[in-house]
Design a binder for this molecule. Structure first.
Ligand SMILES: O=C(O)COP(=O)(O)O
Ligand SMILES: [Mg+2]
Length: 227
């Protein structure tokens, strides 16, 4: 078999490595209830995920008329406080994820996580699932601090993907993600990107503009070999 074409693989977290929507949706609904809003059906919370917790709650609140910033902020804080305590109740790796990580390890391929979730939440969930030590680095939506516009430097900016590649040693790198944030970040970082069609894709997976689309984790390594 020919040598594996990548030195390192970066993974998005929500909707790519882990199925997290139930815990995220429950945290959104906790905040919505405090604000006197109707809950979101937990299944449709998948449609809110991708840009991080703040965007997720803002989308849910805006769909019910929105809130001024000073009223939104305490709800957002309450969502974060709730999620800090309840982030791995239902969240699990997708079927085949652990096997794929094992296979990459066995080939000496490094792995990294690049998520728009806050780093402390990503670490907490991955630790509870026994996975935190498997990755060379875990980069969250707040890991690189804020840019000149005052917002966190996160996907779709290329910086977190570039930081992951550098922390993995700077060789050939590929990114795997489920949303337009992932594809845009990888494109801006000029690394190839595989779309996880089983995730929370914010567009039809084949329209996200990835270099390959996989329907399950089992398809990942063959798709990477074929890039
Ligand atoms: O929590 C989110 O909205 C995004 O997280 P992800 O970048 O791991 O998909
Ligand atoms: Mg995602």
């Amino acid at each position: 078999m020919t040598a594996f074409p990548f030195d390192a693989v970066g993974f998005d977290l929500d909707g790519t490595l882990l199925d997290t929507f139930r815990d995220l949706g429950t945290a959104v609904n906790h905040a919505l209830a405090l604000g006197g809003f109707e809950p979101v059906p937990v299944d449709s919370s998948k449609d809110l995920i991708g840009g991080g917790a703040k965007i997720m709650l803002a989308r849910a609140v805006d769909a019910q008329g929105g809130l001024p910033d000073e009223e939104f902020r305490p709800l957002y804080k309450a969502m974060l406080a709730y999620y800090a305590e309840h982030n791995a109740v239902h969240s699990r790796p997708y079927p085949g994820a652990l096997e794929a990580l094992d296979a990459l390890d066995a080939m000496g391929v490094k792995t990294a996580v690049v998520t728009n979730k806050f780093e402390e939440f990503a670490r907490s969930i991955l630790s509870q699932l026994g996975l935190a030590d498997r990755f060379v680095t875990i980069i969250g939506g707040n890991s690189l601090g804020k840019g000149p516009d005052g917002s966190f430097i996160a996907k779709p900016a290329p910086d977190p993907v570039l930081a992951a590649r550098e922390r993995c040693g700077g060789g050939s790198f590929v990114f795997v993600g489920d949303s337009s944030y992932d594809v845009a970040a990888a494109r801006a970082a000029q690394v190839p990107v595989v779309v996880a069609a089983y995730g929370y894709c914010d567009k039809p997976p084949h329209e996200l503009g990835g270099d390959a689309v996989i329907d399950s984790f089992g398809g990942l390594i063959p798709a990477l070999r074929a890039l």
